[in-house]
Design a protein around this ligand. Structure first.
Ligand code: SAH
Length: 341
């Protein structure tokens, strides 16, 4: 049995063709699943009874479970239990321009970034596409809102689960389904070069974010082991290639870690590294966690860093801090839950 929420429109059309039915049934099913949001095949009243029975044999509509929820003023954080009892998180942020949901793509993560809580649990498995789609559906239902933006910045490395992530994007982006525009979807990667190349060929204008966090290889290697496999020069060349397509731009995420990567010389080096690219830098005040010794840079240091980038002609923003009151930083809800906090 397959979970129907993991099926793209194309897959569902092929399914109907394979059982001798018309393709357009796939659109009707999408309408029930994603516009009307029914919870059983029996409610799909414009689909013949025989076909409904067949669907029940071939698919489940089961959803993962919400285990806990924490609500702040402008942020809600959810912990989900999967069918095999693994746990993942998603965070909904309320912005003035809409709502953005940060989804997880794997159970645990193998990238071993030194500052990151999620990676303290090594990868157990990839999420299936339906497990990512259901994070969106369940949170829309629980919060009573429509999600306008999705960022793949929860637990996991999306490009280490490439096929399911692309399938997820196809499902939520489909007009007949949840219909979140591709420009409202952002995939964030620590820099897996071969997958960035593959992503470049995708004919959707999905945003790309790169977790950079350092201005040279020596520093980056200490923070992010992936830099040993794909050093900065190679990464930057790959991103420049990605940017050759019209209308694309890239975001560099840069966590500000006190006395580690926040010096003036780092800012200058960073400016040099990305000068001339259609890119902007998002400076992220580090979210301190109880397990990891890194500290966040002071406001002053962040502003100074910002000024240097600005003076060097780089587009730069400082990320607004969401969720520090509800342990929303990357993987903390799961670890607190397991420790009974
Ligand atoms: N694996 C992907 C996506 C998940 S992490 C990636 O590396 O991009 C999403 C972002 O949050 C990354 O930029 C990550 O480096 C950052 N991050 C991890 N821990 C953080 C923390 N404690 N405070 C602030 N940002 C953090």
């Amino acid at each position: 049995m397959e979970n129907i929420y993991g099926y793209t429109m194309d897959m569902l059309e092929d399914y109907f063709t394979s059982i001798g039915e018309k393709k357009f049934k796939a659109s009707q099913v999408y309408d029930w699943l994603y516009k009307k949001r029914v919870n059983s095949f029996d409610e799909m009243t414009n689909i013949g009874k025989d076909i409904r029975e067949k669907l029940k044999q071939d698919f489940t509509m089961d959803k993962i479970k919400i285990l806990t929820k924490q609500k702040g003023i402008d942020v809600s954080k959810y912990l989900f239990g999967l069918f095999d009892n693994n746990k993942i998180e998603a965070v909904l942020m309320y912005h003035d321009y809409g709502t953005s949901l940060c989804v997880s793509s794997q159970v645990g993560c193998n990238m071993s970034c030194a500052f990151c809580e999620s990676g303290r649990l090594k990868k157990v498995r990839n999420l299936e596409a339906y497990e990512i789609v259901e994070q969106v559906l369940l949170i829309e239902e629980a919060e009573g809102v429509r999600i306008s933006h999705i960022v793949m910045m929860g637990i996991g490395e999306p490009f280490d689960n490439y096929d399911n992530v692309i399938r997820f994007i196809n499902i939520v982006n489909n007009d007949k389904g949840i219909a979140i525009g591709s420009r409202h979807i952002t995939v964030s990667t620590c820099g897996i070069v071969p997958k960035i190349k593959e992503f470049s060929k995708l004919d959707k204008q999905v945003n790309l974010a790169i977790s950079l966090h350092a201005s040279n290889d020596e520093l980056r290697r200490k923070l992010m082991p992936i830099d040993k496999a794909y050093p900065l020069e190679l990464l930057m060349d790959t991103i420049k290639e990605y940017l050759r397509n019209d209308g694309r731009r890239v975001t560099f995420e840069y966590i500000m870690l006190k006395d580690v990567n926040d010096k003036e010389e780092n800012a200058k080096e960073l400016a040099k590294l990305i000068k001339g690219m259609n890119a902007y830098v998002n400076l992220i005040p580090y979210n301190e966690t109880s397990h990891i010794e890194f500290k966040k840079s002071s406001k002053d240091t962040i502003l100074k860093f910002y000024d240097i980038l600005k003076k060097n002609g780089i587009n730069v923003t400082i990320r607004r801090e969401f969720g520090s009151t509800v342990s929303a930083a990357c993987g903390q809800l799961r670890s607190n839950y397991e420790e009974g906090l």
